[in-house]
Design a binder for this molecule. Structure first.
Ligand code: HEM
Length: 150
């Protein structure tokens, strides 16, 4: 049956027998599930960074260094990075596909989108796991004060 043919009113519903890929279904489901997880991750992040203790006044290089010394916050930030990037990228993929009229424009924008997204995910992941606040052998003049204290 071609897409423009309207089936007879009593025809059985056949979508489950379709050979179409399930990708869009999972992409839709992913937006809902990642959205719920992002609410917890983002508001937890804002609460801890901006509210608890001295709140926003406590944020500096040492604050970030202290957080990433803990595997808990490394995993928290990693999840937030990956989910926000994949969620945002998939959302923009939908928008590009909805609004572009030419195939070439759609492909070009998607190449830019996926490239930018991959760079941010890879760099962000590297930063979270390779962050070293007091690198050995560095010029002391460039180090944070707490690295040389004591
Ligand atoms: C507080 C956490 C978030 C929740 C609960 C949430 C929820 C959602 C949901 C349910 C959709 C699907 C809408 C639809 O299919 O009609 C969506 C779409 C989208 N989200 Fe999020 N989101 C959150 C955070 C983010 C973040 C951090 C970004 C960017 C990095 C983002 C970017 C997008 C984009 C670009 C779309 C596509 C919009 C469209 O199709 O018109 N969202 N969001």
């Amino acid at each position: 049956m071609s897409a423009s043919t309207i089936p007879a009113p009593r025809t059985a519903y056949t979508r489950s027998k379709s050979s179409r890929s399930q990708f869009e279904l999972f992409a839709w489901l992913f937006m809902r599930i990642s959205g719920i997880l992002l609410v917890v991750l983002i508001f937890g992040h804002l609460f801890v960074n901006l509210w608890v203790g001295d709140g926003v006044n406590a944020i500096d290089f040492g604050f970030v260094a202290g957080k990433w010394a803990s595997p808990f916050w490394q995993i928290w930030d990693l999840l937030m990075l990956w989910l926000a990037m994949l969620h945002g990228t998939n959302g923009l993929r939908t928008i590009i596909q909805d609004y572009t009229e030419k195939k070439g424009t759609s492909v070009a924008l998607q190449v830019v989108l996926y490239t930018a997204s991959a760079i941010v995910i890879v760099l962000g992941t590297l930063v979270i796991f390779t962050f070293e606040p007091c690198p050995a052998g560095a010029d002391p003049a460039l180090l944070a004060s707490f690295c040389t204290a004591g």
